[in-house]
Design a binder for this molecule. Structure first.
Ligand SMILES: [Zn+2]
Length: 321
């Protein structure tokens, strides 16, 4: 394959195919990537009309809950602060930020339909239909949220650096992506089967071989081209941030993982993750059974290689420009 797109190492090994795409794992940074990546045209065709149907009323009910206020409060934002949601999807994070009067929320997304939704349904004022790289660089933000975006991009590093460039001094970037090494998905057979079936169909491997490879370090959690082009490891993001700091020395950072489901109470960690409103009891239909199952999954599979979501909290130095 080409060098690892995340750390540029040439030491990679073939894992399996998903559809016609080959997946390789980088020996050095432990991320996996689709190589070669889909063409620009394939990516454009895939996202054309890509739109998540939203139940607006139900979602707004969730995003006006007090734990969202608590989530924003933990960043110690200045009064009348500025927030940016990169790849904002429906725009609910921005909506919640303004609902709790934290300040001005900006939304950027390349999908015109999502922008239309954010503008017309959620009545957001600051909707930018472009790449984050096209935003004016002199406009800085105290909080930038970039959830489940970088794994979709051919070059994640470029967006991470853009997001950091857009941070105001003392500002925080919340970067969320699936955790490449997590095996928590074994607790959710529906999700697991979808990927195993796709690999078995595209590669001459038995089911057992795929499951075994998953358990022995080749899970590349959540990689699924054309949508998810990479399974990003903690190490690969750290290497990017170390490289940035060796030149600019303008950030500090920490990382954590979050589980797919938290039961029965939604924790702050969970809010960093994928869907603050996914609870296993909702998936299984039974609150009691689902909650017990979730606790068991989180304490076993979720502990071994971390939760299903990887979260980086990147803080711009107070003295940075
Ligand atoms: Zn690498």
């Amino acid at each position: 394959m080409n060098p690892c797109p995340l750390c540029k190492s040439k030491k990679t090994r073939y894992l399996y195919n998903i559809e016609k795409f080959k997946i390789y794992k980088c020996v050095d940074c432990k991320s996996s990537s689709t190589s070669p990546p889909p063409s620009d045209q394939e990516i454009e065709d895939y996202y054309n009309g890509f739109y998540l149907k939203q139940n607006t009323t139900k979602k707004l009910e969730i995003f006006r809950k007090k734990y969202f206020r608590a989530w924003y409060e933990q960043f110690d934002l200045p009064k009348k602060s500025r927030m940016l949601d990169i790849g904002g999807g429906g725009g609910f994070y921005c909506w919640s930020f303004e609902y709790f009067l934290f300040g001005e929320a900006h939304y950027v997304d390349v999908d015109p339909q999502s922008c239309e939704f954010a503008r017309n349904e959620l009545r957001l004022d600051n909707v930018h239909n472009c790449f984050a790289q096209e935003l004016p660089i002199d406009q800085k933000y105290d909080l930038i949220v970039c959830r489940h975006v970088i794994e979709h991009l051919v070059n994640p590093e470029d967006l991470i650096n853009t997001a950091i460039d857009l941070l105001a001094p003392d500002g925080t970037l919340v970067l969320v992506t699936p955790n490449a090494s997590s095996i928590e998905v074994f607790g959710y057979p529906g999700r697991l089967n979808r990927r195993v079936n796709a690999i078995v169909k595209a590669t001459d491997f038995s089911r057992l071989r795929v499951l075994w490879s998953f358990l022995s370090g080749s899970i590349a959690n959540s990689i699924y081209p054309i949508r998810h082009l990479h399974a990003i490891s903690k190490k690969s993001v750290e290497l990017m941030l170390i490289e940035r700091n060796s030149a600019l020395n303008d950030i500090t950072y920490s990382s954590l993982t979050a589980h797919l489901c938290h039961a029965p109470i939604i924790s702050k960690d969970h809010l960093f993750g994928y869907s603050p409103f996914i609870n296993e009891y909702k998936i299984s239909g039974s609150r009691m059974f689902g909650s017990i199952k979730t606790i068991l999954v989180n304490l076993t599979l979720g502990k071994l290689c971390g939760g299903i979501h990887l979260i980086f909290l990147i803080k711009k130095n107070e003295t940075a420009n």
